[in-house]
Design a protein around this ligand. Sequence first.
Ligand code: HEM
Length: 148
Amino acid sequence: MSIGHLLPDRMILISFLPLPLIFSTMLIGVYITASHQGLSCPGWPLCPNGFQFPIPKYFFENLHRLMVLITFIAIIAVTIHSIIKVNKARETSIAASSIISVQILLGILIINTKLNPLVVAAHLSIGVLLFGMMLITFLSYYNLEKYV
Ligand code: HEM
């Protein structure tokens, strides 16, 4: 279905982009948990190797945080666009921006509490909530034609 006369197709694509980004970030996070690497990088926001090329010891932690940064930028971009142009997606995208901010704080808390199980469980749940919120945002972009 094309809604090109309402929104450029690239905006629909951009509103979709956070979904694979969140999914991949979650997948890497689960891998970190399952392989017991959660405390391999004790610092925040950077691991001890700083901005240098990821070394094997911190590879997945570096990747998780890099993906978070890219995902954060993508979600903020969709939020700004929806505030300006897409009324229908405004609330859910603002909610997603707030949720990802909470998720980042929880990520810091995971490290500071040395993998407190409740915090890790909350981190997983908030990840699912974030995915759901961006899915609704994307569907609002995609289905815009039906509602206008
Ligand atoms: C978009 C933001 C984020 C998403 C969607 C996300 C998602 C996840 C998921 C799904 C897990 C696996 C949890 C489990 O297996 O129960 C995880 C693990 C983890 N995340 Fe994140 N995360 C995000 C941001 C962050 C940030 C900013 C940090 C900060 C350093 C962080 C640190 C960690 C750590 C250390 C683990 C491993 C926990 C363990 O070993 O049990 N996450 N993440």
